[in-house]
Each structure stands twice: as C-alpha cells, then as structure tokens.
Ligand binder design. Sequence first.
Ligand code: HEM
Ligand code: CU
Length: 642
Amino acid sequence: MASVEADVIADRDDSADLAALERSWREPPGLWGWLITVDHKRIGKRYIATALVFFLLAGLEALAMRVQLARPENGFLGPDRYDQFFTMHGTTMMFLFAVPVMLAWGIYLVPQMVGTRDVAFPRLNAYGYWVYLIGASFIYVQFLLNTGTDVGWFAYVPLAGPEFSPGKRVDTWAQMVTFTEIAALIAAIEIVVTVFKQRAPGMSLNRLPLYVWSMVVVAFMVIFAMPAVAVASTFLLAMDRLVGTHFFNPAEGGDPLLWQHMFWFFGHPEVYIIFIPGLGFVSSIVTTFTRRPVFGYVAMVLSLIATGFIAFGLWVHHMFATPIPQLGQSFFTAASMMIAIPSGVQIFCWIATLWLGKPRFQTPLLYALGFIVIFVIGGLTGVMIASVPFDLQVHDTFFIVAHFHYVLIGGAVFPLLGAITYWFPKVTGRLTSERLGKIGFWLVFTGVNVTFFPMHFLGLMGMTRRVYTYLPGQGWGGLNLLSTIGAFVIAAGVIVFLYNLAASWRFGAPAGDDPWGADTLEWAIPSPPPPYNHARIPIVQGRAALWSMTPDRPVVVGLNETRREVLVTTVMDAEPDNRQESPGPTPVPFFAALATGFLLILLVFTFQALWIGAIPLGLALFAWAWPRHPDRAWRLDAEAGR
Ligand code: HEM
Ligand SMILES: [Cu+2]
C-alpha cells in the first residue's frame, strides 16, 4: 500500500520524470478540451469568472433600483419591475454570486495550498460547475422575458404560494435553488475530502493554513445548511405549487412559519458561508503583507469553528416579528449577541498582527483593512437588531438594508476584491497596477459608505424596504439621492478595478513564482501553475510552509508520473497512505449536467419530467460509472500522432 515515501532528492535532474508528468497531465486543446477538462484550476477560474458576471448583473440591477429611488414618485422602474429587480438582485447576489465565488476560490486554491494535484473528485467538480451554470442561466432567461421572480430573495409564503403567485415565476426560483444547492454541496464535498485526504506530508491539521481552515468550516456549514433550503424549496414549495399539497397552507393544517424556519435555518448560516471564506482571505493577506504569521493561530482556528457552530443557532432572529414564545426570543437574542465574540477575537488577532508586524500598505492589505472597518460597522448594527424591541421598530426598514449590506459587502466583497488582487499574479502570471488598484479601492470604499450609511437614517425615519417609491412630503428625497450617488461611485470603483485586471492581464509585468514573498504552498509553483500544480509534492515542515522550508527542500518520491496520480495521506497527520489515480478529461460530466438540467427544468412544467428526464440522466450515470482502464492515459499522445 504505502509505496510512497518521503525523501530528500539528492539528484535534482529529474527532467525525464517531468516530461512524463507533463504528458500525463496535458490538457486537451481547443473548445472541446475546454468542455471536457476536469482540471480544478480551469474549473475554478471559469467558476469565479461566471460568478463575477453575475455580480455585475446584480450590480446593474442595484443601480437601476437606486435610480428608481433617487427622487420621490420616480417612474424609472415601476412597481412590478421593482419587485423583479430587488428579487433578482438579492437572489443573484446570494445564490449566484457570493456563495459560488467563494467556493470557486476554494476549488482553485485549496489543492495548490495543501500541495496536491487536483481535487478529490475531478469529474464531479466539473459537473458541479455546469449544473450551476445551467440553473443560473435558467432564472436569467426568465428574467429577460420580463417575468422574473418577484417575491423577494426569501420567497415568503403565502405570497410565494400558489394562491398569490400564480404562473411559473416562483417555480423557476425554487428550481434555481435546487441547481445552485447541488453545485454548492459538490464544491463543499470536494473541499472536505481534498483537505482531509490529500494534504502534502507534514501538513498536519495544526499546520493547515488559516484560509484552508476557513474553507473547511464553510464546507461543513454548506453540508448542514443547504439541504434545508433545497428540501423546503424543491419538495415543499414546489409540491404546494405544482401538486397541490398543503405544507404551508394553514387552512389545511399546514404552517407558513415552517417555510420561514426552513429558509432561515439555511439563510442565516448562508451569511457566514459567504463571509468566513472572506476571513480566510484576510488572514492570508494580513500574513503576507506584515510578513509574520497571524497572531494567535489556535485562537483563530477555534473562533472559526465556533462561528460555524453558533451560526446554526441564530436563525430565529430573522423572525422576531412573528409570534414566537418569549423564551425563544431571549434565547436567539443571546445567541445572536454571542456570535460577535468569536468574530471579535479574530479582529483583535489581525490587529495584533498588524501591530507587531511591518505592514506594507499595498492594495490587498487596503481591502483587508477596509473589510475590518465596514464589517465592524455591520456587526455593531447587528448587535443592535439582535435586541427584540429595537428590531421590532426597524424590522423591514432600510435600517436592515443598511445593516446587511455592511455585513455582506464588508464581509465578502472587500475580502474578495483583495483576494483577486492578491492572487491575480498567481492565476495569470502578471502583476496588476498598484496605482489603479488603490484608486479602485478608495472609490469602492467611499462609495459603499456614501450609499449605505444614509440608509440607517432612512430606516429610522420609517422608510420601509421593498417599496418602489415614496412621496415628496416624506422628507426622504435628500438621503436617497445621496445614496444613489454613492452607488455610482461604487460602480466607478468596480470599473477601475476591472480595467486594472484587464489591462494587467495583457500588459502587466511578469509576476514570477512568488511576487509578494508569501508563506503558503501555491507560491512555490510557477505562475500560472502547470496542470499538475507541484512538479514534486513538497514535504511541509512548519505552519508557514514556505517560510519554514529547509534549504534541502524535501519532496515526495515514488509517485507514478506516467499517469495522473495523487498522493493520499492520513486525516490528522498527513502521513503518506496511498496513491490514487485521478481521472483525466471526459465529456461525461458536461452531458450529465445537461441531463440534470433537462430534468429539473422540465419538472417546472410537468411531472412527467420525472420519467422522461430519467432516461438521459440514467444514460449519463451509466457512462459515468463505466469502468476506466486503470492505466489508460488520456489519448492525447495518439491525437498528437505519437
Ligand atoms: C454593490 C452595491 C449594492 C447596492 C447599490 C445595493 C443596493 C440594494 C438595494 C437598493 C436593495 C433593495 C432595497 C429595497 O427596496 O428593499 C438591495 C437589496 C438586497 N441586496 Fe443589495 N446592493 C449592493 C450590493 C449587494 C451585495 C454585495 C449583496 C450580497 C452579497 C447584496 C444583497 C442584497 C439582498 C439579499 C437584498 C434583499 C433583497 C430582497 O429584499 O429580497 N447587495 N440592495
Ligand atoms: Cu441572521
């Protein structure tokens, strides 16, 4: 079994092995190759890019809403469109942008960071991306037909039920949830198994980079949270709407609050699923730009895990305005306040790191600092609305809109923009412009505050959310105009940010392997990384993998280079355990996703879909399970005439 060993390679002339490695991991060329690849980096990149497209779409929707609200009695969108726009904006941001983009970065980074060649189940990984793409496109086709879902991103019944929302708008939304949750669960499983079974030798759990820890916590949260909403939307809501069951119909013994419980049992952890990866980004950035390991590693890890657990005990704070027993209210108030503690611990650890290190204020670090400021403001209003009497006053007002945008933009968008700037040289091999990066940062930072700070006051003045307009006499015009101007400042910042990326991709200076002097393993390999990531699997000697590497740089020997192979290690201590073949490119995941999409989309229209759709899906699964010849390398050599 354990035919791999840890060793120091004395003779480093291993060009023959390297050539074999190149050949086994060669990516097929052209469009077809693009379709059938299972490389976690290519899939990660397209996942990130797709999610960013949805970020831009949701951003345009936000701008349209802000234009509509800029002055009283405006006619830019009108009531029906406004409903579609805030629903699509919220849905897109939460389901199609934030969660996918964070998991996608995990898919891209985690294997490189733990020192392996690909994720644990490469074909499943490819399938997950295609499922996400199909589901996301589906709901956007509906929106472009001007019949977008209009019941808000949390689709409360009875409004979302058959009685008040006839037609297919809500069914499409419910099915989009199914698509994205399948994709998220797949990504989570990839991350869990890759981290626990494929770490490079020496990377025991207590040496795991903080970013990887954050992705492990998030992956477990996805596994426990997503099924709640998938079950609620697919089975209960869709069944109520399509088959006439009465899960949420009180007249027949159902309960509308059941929806709220199931939704928020997912919905609250969802917020943490979105920003815990952000905490991981910030830890990586703070480490690199202070050139010192983050202060309090153990405290950081325990806080991350505690956040993951406590996040599941807060969901009822979204339901304080429903009739729940007072004891329940008190419990959820206490839990909601308690979760500020582990977040606070992490903030203090970063501040201590910055204090003790020599910070270099480059763009990624600016985004990390921007995160701290914005996120803390959102956290403080969070503690305020955890208190029931206050919450009842501001429930459903713009105070809440201000609060959750501070949390989500601070917790997810700032770390994300920082992470993109930070890892761009790794992904593309090019450096970005610091000057443009800083201009973009200050525009976004200013814009976010100008947009969302006034919303606190609008809320306190009584402006309810999800209303398409207001009257001149209400005195809300000035602050709304200010907020709209802020939204355009954000847009300008995002344009500068994207321009910087596009221009650097073409004209940026070559980055080299490790332009920032960072400590994690992905910086040990070329930029952009070769398909097999690490030519030799390194042996990790300390928490900061690269900073603690001894000059002889020990590596693993004994892996077979003539086929795609990954090293399997033990869960706790990452000792070499086994070798496993990793599948090569195949069109099966793509066709399986098409078959899944066919079934789920048809199901919106007829129940016959269950058997009609089962046929192509069955065929796809059959092809998937077809035995692979163990040492059949991908037939590239034949194609290349070798
Ligand atoms: C980038 C600038 C953004 C602007 C200008 C913006 C603006 C808005 C506006 C105007 C609303 C509707 C308020 C109402 O009438 O109720 C809204 C709702 C919402 N936004 Fe944003 N937003 C932005 C970014 C984000 C981000 C990054 C996220 C999440 C990651 C997000 C998540 C949501 C959600 C979940 C809703 C609630 C939708 C609903 O009520 O169903 N937004 N936003
Ligand atoms: Cu919550």
